[in-house]
Design a protein around this ligand. Sequence first.
Ligand code: UDX
Length: 443
Amino acid sequence: MKMPRPLEAPDRLRVSVVGTGYLGTTHAVSMAQLGHDVVAMDIEQEKIAMLSECELPFFEPGLAELLRKCVEVGRLRFTSSYDDVSEADIHFVCVGTPQLHGSFNADLRLVETAFTELARRVTRPTIIVGKSTVPAGTALRMADAVRDLAGGGQVEVAWNPEFLREGHAVEDALQPDRLIFGVKSPRAERLLRAVYRPIIEGGCPVMVTDYATAELVKVSANTFLAMKISFINAMAQICEATGAAVLPLAEALGYDDRIGRRFLSPGLGFGGGCLPKDVRALYACATDLGLDDVATFIRQIDVINLSRRDRALTLGRELLGGSYARKRVCVLGAAFKPNTDDVRDSPALAVAVAAHREGAQVVMHDPVAMNSARRIHPEIEYADTVVTAAREVDLVMLLTDWTDFEEMDPALLSGVVRSRNVLDGRNVLTPERWRSAGWTYRA
Ligand code: UDX
């Protein structure tokens, strides 16, 4: 990818980034890469210690190299104290907004704390920009809170949602499709344009909106993507029942520019830290607003998605002759998608755990996500290679579409498994190849 040209001395700003998860770390590195003087803050000391040593607390292709470069040239440093970020010209809040336990709403406590802690400390006119994904109305609430705490109207709030995908975070942060500035004043817009100048000069479209629109762009974009996936998965069920083939159907639909082929890959459905929680948060928002038909429509996206996990379990059970009890099952994939070690709401892990609960001895392999999976599911067995994971198993389940798995040689596995049963949960294997090697193939 072509990197935007970094800003020179008079145009560089002092930038603070609060929260060093996927979003915050990537944003901090990108800001430093654009030439700004960046300090990134997190209350988790362990994360800060790792980042200060130029080590990423998660897997993200290409990010570690840029992190090292920015730290070495002195444009990026890390701290665990809010006091160290108070002098910045512009603050970005990038903390997590996970799903609240026992509710469909997002948990906003970290966002509220970040805004109030910053507002208490800033000593000169500045803006605090929210990047975290939040329900509509949050920015306005934060603006009120900040005004009360900082006094004198010298601190403004803006909302600037982030659309980065795990596995493509660097590219998405430095070459975004669009920049959305939810602002209340020309001053905030000017400052945001200044901070993103190299990206804007590279041709990235900018949209200036009110707070609520900026907040909604993010959840509605993610809900739309989720809807495409659930749509093709609903069609997959119709295809199964009618004898039609869903992959050519998706391809045929994709030729229509208005539809497009992307996010129409049928299979085990979506997971991760964003799509599931954003669909649920939008559902909660529609319910709170009394928009029952809208809420029902959004709810079904989640319902269809979760039903894919049950369907995969059923297909696996059928391949095993009716029960998982005392069967040995190889699960390929733990991450919610390829090129990440993130297992949050991972469909692959959910199916593996369910098979284990039904009595199977599950052996899992993933190229990078095994440590993340082991931390939360130590009851599952983990194997370092596909071949060791498949040794003496009754069923192989491919549940995350890593390229390594797509290219697997059925002949190689034939010699190690106990029974040649394969469930392709992502529709990425070539069925004829597996069938001709003597495997019973289901997808
Ligand atoms: C998503 C959005 O794409 C990104 O813009 C936003 O900022 C954060 O949320 P991410 O969570 O990294 O990014 O994952 P994404 O690449 O969108 O995939 C989400 C899930 O959908 C994965 O579990 C993936 O396996 C699944 N998926 C995707 C399908 O099941 N079928 C498809 O056709 C595409």
